[in-house]
Design a protein around this ligand. Structure first.
Ligand SMILES: [Fe+2]
Length: 417
């Protein structure tokens, strides 16, 4: 039995496969763009390595789209086929990824908690657990799963970055910044730690410091996957929105955000949509941008990978004038919700779908309907996941709809009296 770079036993006799496992781990934790290549290289050396197949499946599931989910299932089948004589940790991991593939997120989370209790050096599992908590809006558990393995990973900057993000989401801002800075001091190439500190500075409105921090580290992001590369630049764009430098924001959009995005990647699409809407909320005319983005959303209509993603898609479709697609998607969201287990169904029926109606109404200038649909769900928006900074957008939409309505309400009030 060989051990990977995390000191975890892996079921292969191939040193090349072990190197590939260690390389994948490093790529996953550093949000590198070579994660899938690392796995594929390892499988060339040992096509029977179950954990490598499971890592490939996890990679594809994290893409959060239907086509990638089908690829994930092929890898999962191979992982299961070769799981006859593997370690307990590897079996638990394969079960966790299998649960994710069939959207049993509660089961997946329980398995990642078990793995991290028994094998606290498995930081890929910690990261995966945080991912699920993030999209369930459970910030305390997102922090806790990282905190509980700190004693066994005291010098690991990747864990510091995970802790920093968890602390920031729990509004422990000073500790979050200290942890993110400590990670960056150990290794300047830790884009997730940079990102956590960017959140702190955004929350505290430290705009100039945020720009200096992120732009000063941006040279290290060249090897990031497109999700974090575009997202870190998205954070920089938020600072420039606060500065009112909208021309520069559009330049960032064209150069580093949509310009560098994988156009078929849901997470990259969400970031671009979110930025365009934020510019609109500042009165910037971005109407010409919507169509060129929305044409990439047709494959998203019936996916429903995450409610957080769907809210972005449906707004962009409506704003680009694809009314039929937006309506089709809303109906499809409803059908999808009915097919889900009750604990997730509520998230869709009671939060995501009313919010989707509100966003379509806002895109169509129907501000009263926006307010009516959004007001009851605002306190529960955390349930659809995403970060505070990302969800802030929906609150801004609600506030702007109220603002747009004010003259009409004043007129009605004056007419009645
Ligand atoms: Fe972020």
């Amino acid at each position: 039995m060989l051990k990977d770079a995390q000191g975890l036993e892996v079921s292969t006799d191939s040193y090349e496969a072990v190197d590939a496992i260690s390389s994948f781990t490093n790529q996953a934790l550093s949000y590198g763009k070579e994660a899938l290549n690392a796995v594929k290289t390892g499988l060339l050396s040992d096509p029977t390595c179950a954990i490598l197949h499971a890592y490939a499946a996890a990679y594809f599931l994290s893409q959060e789209n239907e086509q990638a989910r089908k690829q994930a299932i092929c890898y999962l089948q191979a992982a299961i086929k070769h799981s006859g004589n593997i370690t307990e940790r590897e079996k638990l991991y394969i079960k966790a990824i299998s649960a994710w593939a069939i959207k049993k997120i509660d089961v997946a989370i329980a398995l990642h908690e078990t793995i991290t209790d028994k094998y606290p050096c498995d930081l890929v599992s910690v990261q995966q657990g945080q991912y699920h908590y993030f999209y369930l809006g459970d910030k305390k558990k997102l922090l806790n799963i990282a905190q509980k393995v700190l004693p066994q990973n005291k010098d690991n900057h990747f864990l510091y970055g995970m802790l920093a993000f968890g602390l920031e989401q729990c509004h422990q801002l000073e500790q979050a910044e200290a942890m993110g800075r400590a990670a960056t001091k150990i290794n300047r190439n830790d884009p997730w730690a940079h990102h956590a500190v960017a959140h702190v500075m955004e929350t505290q409105a430290r705009i100039d410091e945020g720009i200096a921090w992120m732009e000063g580290l941006a040279d290290t992001w060249a090897d990031c996957n497109s999700m974090l590369y575009t997202h870190n630049w998205w954070h920089i764009a938020l600072y420039y929105i606060e500065r009112g430098n909208y021309l520069h924001v559009l330049k960032l959009y064209d150069t580093y955000i949509w310009g560098r995005a994988r156009k078929d990647s849901p997470k990259d699409q969400v970031g671009a949509i979110s930025l365009l809407l934020r510019l609109e909320l500042r009165g910037v005319d971005v109407s010409e941008y919507w169509h060129s983005l929305a044409i990439y959303l047709l494959p998203r209509l019936h996916e429903h990978a995450l409610p957080f993603q769907d809210l972005h898609y449906i707004y962009a479709l409506a704003r680009a004038g694809y009314t039929d697609w937006a309506n089709e998607m809303r109906l499809s969201m409803y059908q999808h919700a009915l097919s889900l287990p009750s604990y997730i169904r509520r998230q869709w029926l009671e939060v995501a779908i009313p919010a989707a109606r509100g966003l379509v109404a806002y895109a169509n200038g129907e501000y009263l309907n926006t307010v009516i649909d959004f007001k009851p769900v605002l306190p529960r928006l955390y349930e659809i996941g995403g970060s505070h900074a990302q969800r802030q957008l929906f609150k801004q939409v609600y506030q702007d709809a109220n603002l747009q309505l004010a003259p009409t309400l004043r007129y009605i009030s004056a007419s009645i009296s």
